[in-house]
Design a protein around this ligand. Structure first.
Ligand code: SF4
Length: 275
């Protein structure tokens, strides 16, 4: 039985679109993205959230205790992480995310990484031998824009190379294209990375009305869908963006993806959204 105090939990509302289950190993995030929603969740300022990054209390013993409940959870992978990045600078020394992946491997737990750090490549040796899906958030093509908005995250080039290396090693890959801040750069990322990515997830920018109103979301949405379809890629359009797109979206493009291993090949399975 999973209670509210579990560290592996079902995200509520929009967060569910990332993954049916989530686990946050760290509190705080050194990447300091200007669009970050996490400080609001914890009633902290962005500066404080960036400056104080710590592992959650007793996190490893709690993960060891809870992980066996999720053995063979092919259709309910666990996202690392939602309110922080699993590859903090501190992770280099503490290796808590690495330990977690090892525990997941021991119990055949399916998990989904989402990061903005090239440090993740350190763990590809265990990701390639476990039920992993490796994801990178890509917001910009121009690294000057990345520096402005995501000052402490890995550069655009480092992130792309990390993703390409994951793909080269046979690890399933996905890219979160959210938030969209410069639509032209988002479309460029899709074109550059399509050969290395199994699945894209596309959302819009929220909580920045001054920028949001400068973007024609209908136009962007149609262009992105056309591009992804032409490239033959699996993708998911998040609800916030779906409502702007006036063309008919296919069921598999608007249902939350889950992984299901079938004969060693990943098939994207449609599931009903539970909010
Ligand atoms: S990586 Fe994620 S959690 Fe960390 S600052 Fe950026 S948006 Fe926030």
């Amino acid at each position: 039985m999973v209670n509210n105090m579990s560290v592996i939990y079902t995200p509520k509302g929009k967060a569910y679109e990332y993954s049916p289950l989530a686990l946050n190993i760290y509190e705080g995030c050194a990447h300091a993205c200007k669009y970050c929603y996490a400080p609001d969740i914890f009633h902290r300022t962005l500066d404080d959230y960036q400056a104080k990054v710590l592992p959650r209390a007793n996190i490893m013993s709690r993960i060891r205790q809870e992980a066996p409940r999720y053995a063979d959870n092919a259709d309910r992978p666990i996202l690392l992480s939602f309110t922080s990045d699993p590859y903090q600078p501190l992770e280099k020394e503490l290796e808590l995310t690495r330990q977690t992946i090892n525990i997941f491997r021991d119990y055949a737990v399916h998990y989904r990484i989402l990061t903005k750090s090239s440090l993740a490549a350190r763990d590809f040796d265990i990701m390639e031998n476990s039920h992993s899906e490796f994801g990178m958030t890509m917001v910009f093509l121009n690294d000057r824009h990345r520096q402005e908005w995501e000052p402490n995250a890995s550069s655009v080039m480092e992130r792309m190379n990390t993703l390409i290396e994951a793909s080269r090693r046979g690890i399933k890959t996905w890219v979160s294209l959210e938030p969209v801040i410069i639509p032209k750069e988002t479309l460029g990322i899709i074109k550059h990375l399509a050969p290395y990515v199994n699945r894209f997830s596309l959302g819009k920018l929220n909580h920045h009305p001054e920028i949001e109103r400068t973007i024609d979301w209908a136009d962007f949405g149609v262009a992105a869908v056309a591009l992804l379809r032409n490239l033959g890629k699996s993708f998911y359009i998040k609800k916030d963006l779906q409502k702007h797109i006036k063309i008919t979206l296919r069921p598999e493009e608007i249902t939350i993806p889950s992984t299901q291993k079938q004969g060693g090949i990943v098939k994207w399975k449609t599931t009903q959204m539970k909010l």
